[in-house]
Design a protein around this ligand. Structure first.
Ligand code: TXA
Ligand code: MG
Length: 364
């Protein structure tokens, strides 16, 4: 265990003396091979010098992450791509021009300057240029690309606030930079452009629709493999992003979802099981009419079905909030797979112990 420092930076005032000194300290820690958690626009990252294998190995130890799961390398500008990738195709430049800085990660042929521990020994490297001012200032100040997974314990819910990072990693890392809650709330979209057909390996902060506007031939890798199977992106492990409390995900038509959640909640409660709900605003009237008390802190309302960006922003916060309650089961509604809804669905499905097709439960 070590003492973890916690410093707050206002992302809009990077020239404030406290911000300048915090960034100097953070850059120094990175240069010395230490670990710094920092905000990006998606989730908080746990950073180390991407070109220092010993430093990067410490990330895996702090997170208890298996070495077969490769890391994303963060750069401050697209012009730094050749430092970590090679044979950068024109398509990468084109995508960078459209989506960087921002929540798009590109899988490219790896530059040999990047150590094996970053790429899990693979021939490719995942790279992104984050949009958060603190992240970019840190990478620039450190003067090196920064390898960073999400700053949570392996397979736990990704952190959208510095407090989340503290809860998971205090005592394991040198410094946490607090830049406030993150804006996007789900991780970046991982896009593999090393093969003929560009493939989305993980849906995320850049929607598939936005990618399609630039890249009509893009496909989404939908098939989730069983845990332990060999995967092009080990982030596709089925149980991931999981709260400690069991979560059941309800899919289907809105009316069927509501009915099934209410019936399941009642049945579980009758069995003496304390239940929490993860719902959309539009669900509340139904539960109120059904006599279910949603105003007691056992229900997280993550936003409107018409505002999936807002839902994405609040999703991990809500999952961690419900996880802290004295309940043994979380019942969550699914969201339509449009725009950021695809990433929301993906994270909920991977957090879920069971995925329940609502119509079936209704008749059961
Ligand atoms: O938004 C994000 O991407 C955040 C912030 C901190 O940038 N980072 C993040 O990192 O989510 P992590 O390690 O939690 O997820 C990285 C994903 C994993 O699914 C990993 O398997 C995949 O990217 N990945 C990394 N390198 C890869 C590679 N060379 N080929 C295919 N997938 C790769
Ligand atoms: Mg992660």
């Amino acid at each position: 265990m070590m003492d973890t420092q916690f410093l707050t930076i206002d992302p809009g005032r990077l020239d404030a003396p406290t911000a300048v000194s915090a960034l100097q300290l953070a850059a120094h820690i990175i240069q010395q091979g230490g670990l710094v958690a920092f905000p990006t626009e998606t989730v908080y990252g746990l950073g180390a010098d991407a070109l220092n294998a010993t430093a990067v190995a410490r990330i895996f130890a702090a997170k208890k992450r298996p070495f077969f799961d490769p890391l994303i390398v963060h750069i401050a500008d697209a012009t730094d791509l050749p430092r970590v990738a090679r044979d950068v195709p024109p398509l990468a430049q084109q995508l960078a021009a459209h989506f960087w800085p921002g929540p798009l990660t590109l899988v490219l042929p790896r530059n040999t300057a990047v150590p094996d521990v970053v790429t899990a020994g693979g021939a490719t490297v995942a790279v992104r240029c984050p949009a958060h001012p603190v992240a970019r200032a840190l990478i620039r100040a450190a003067g090196t690309p920064i390898a960073a997974p999400s700053a949570n314990r392996f397979s736990h819910t990704s952190p959208t606030s510095a407090q989340h990072v503290w809860d998971d990693l205090a005592g394991e890392i040198e410094l946490i930079l607090d830049g406030g809650p993150t804006l996007v709330g789900v991780e970046s979209t991982v896009l593999d452009i090393t093969e003929e057909t560009p493939v989305v390996l993980r849906p995320g902060g850049v929607s598939v629709e936005a990618l399609q506007a630039v890249l009509p031939q893009v496909v989404v890798r939908r098939q989730l493999a069983p845990p332990g199977a060999e995967l092009p992106s080990p982030g596709l492990l089925e149980r991931h992003y999981a709260p400690h409390t069991a979560l059941w995900l309800f899919t289907g038509e809105d009316a069927a979802i509501r009915q099934a959640i209410l019936e399941t909640a009642r049945a579980q409660q009758a069995n003496g099981r304390a239940v929490a709900l993860l719902l959309a605003e539009e669900d509340l009237a139904f539960f109120a009419e059904g006599g279910w008390e949603t105003a007691v802190g056992q229900t997280a309302v993550v936003g409107s079905l018409n505002d999936l960006e807002g839902v994405a922003r609040r999703l991990f916060f809500a999952m961690r909030q419900l996880d802290r309650l004295e309940v043994s089961l979380i019942l969550a509604r699914d969201f339509p797979p449009l725009g950021l809804g695809l990433a929301i669905h993906d994270r909920l499905a991977r957090a879920a112990e069971r995925v329940i097709e609502a119509a079936r439960v209704k008749g059961a």
